[in-house]
Design a protein around this ligand. Structure first.
Ligand code: PHE
Length: 352
């Protein structure tokens, strides 16, 4: 009998899918790798047509977190929690507490192999609730003993990345002469837009949620539809909302010269990196750009650093990105391939 060989190279170490005992909702925790240390990655509360779609998302997001941690030089691996909400239902009050306690129980069962943090649909207060069941929750508010909201630190890292990107693409790290389209004004996007406004850059912004328009007005950004924001004629597109905005369909319509933003999993598929490359659009890999939150939280909560020391590390994202972009240029590969290569190298070396 011939036995098929299974490539376990990038297989997840541990995946839990459990119907929450209190909430009845699907709780998914994917631990991709602990090769470099404890797996970390946020807890996402999002709507999916079916819980299996949430599982697919958790698998992709947690694998990306392994690369993100490796590239950020952290002694951590990647994981992710997804609570797959049925369409149209967002838990609040007692129901939300029930969901978060269900999440906390699953993480507690992993006995330290994985720690969570805030992500799309959750914030620092939710981490306090999870921490009622397990100590492994980053970014509780400062007065509750955590390192607080990570979104401003993520935005600081994105800003550093934008300077490095502009230096590579336009020959100068000065942002004041550049134009940016910020797609998504959630917690990170909102901070970032304000910071960009402070540099004197020309700004366009869009969000599915019209109630966020005042943020754009206050930053002096032109408010456009999400579609027009995506295809705006600007120097740099900044994807700051949900992933998957760069696709076979959208790439041909882009009018930017470069892309860098905090959204996770911006490419719908790995091959989309090649499409961007063919169009000479310089894409800064999201796994490098978006690491500010985890860099700050781990520096403060695991390694006892001050917020100032952590901020220096967060700004180090600029050097990491410059290294990745230069490797890509020197080898004629895409930045995505260069980033993956470097992440794999770090995971291999760190593991030895
Ligand atoms: N949303 C964060 C990320 O994807 C998750 C996180 C933040 C985890 C801070 C731990 C600490 O990077």
């Amino acid at each position: 009998m011939v036995t098929a060989e299974v490539d376990s190279g990038s297989m997840h170490e541990h995946v839990v899918v459990r119907r929450g005992t209190r909430s009845g909702l699907p709780i998914i925790v994917a631990v991709h790798s602990t090769a470099l240390g404890q797996a970390i990655g946020g807890c996402r509360l999002a709507h999916y047509p079916h819980w299996r779609d949430g599982l697919t998302d958790a698998l992709r997001l947690s694998a990306a977190m392994s690369d993100k941690c490796a590239l950020a030089g952290l002694p951590n691996g990647g994981g992710k929690t997804v609570v797959a909400l049925p369409p149209g239902r967002t838990p609040d009050g007692a129901t939300r507490r029930a969901v978060l306690h269900d999440v906390g129980d699953v993480i507690a069962d992993l006995a330290g192999a994985y720690a969570t943090g805030p992500d799309v649909g959750t914030g620092p207060d939710d981490m306090v609730t999870i921490a009622e069941r397990t100590p492994y929750a980053f970014c509780r508010p400062v007065d509750a003993g955590g390192s607080g909201d990570s979104s401003a630190h993520t935005a600081v890292g994105v800003l550093a990345a934008l300077r490095a990107l502009c230096a590579e693409r336009f020959g100068s790290a000065d942002l004041s002469a550049r134009s940016f389209a910020v797609l998504g004004l959630g917690r990170v996007g909102g901070h970032l837009l304000r910071m960009l406004a402070g540099t004197g850059a020309t700004l366009v912004a869009g969000d599915l949620d019209d109630s966020r328009r005042p943020l754009a007005d206050a930053a002096g950004a032109a408010w456009v539809s999400p579609q027009d924001c995506l295809t705006a004629d600007v120097d740099v597109l900044v994807p700051a909302a949900l992933g998957g905005v760069l696709t076979v369909d959208s790439v041909p319509k882009l009018r930017c010269a470069a892309i860098a933003g905090p959204a996770n999993n911006q490419l719908d598929a790995p091959a989309t990196a090649d499409l961007l490359h063919q169009r000479s659009i310089l894409w800064a890999p999201d796994i490098v750009v978006s690491a500010g939150g985890i860099i700050h939280a781990t520096a403060v909560e695991l390694h006892g650093e001050t917020s100032e020391q952590a901020a220096v590390r967060v700004r180090g994202i600029a050097d990491t990105l410059t290294g990745v972009l230069r490797t890509a240029r020197a080898t004629g590969s895409t930045p995505a391939a260069a980033a993956r290569f470097r992440a794999c190298q770090r995971i291999r070396d760190g593991h030895r």
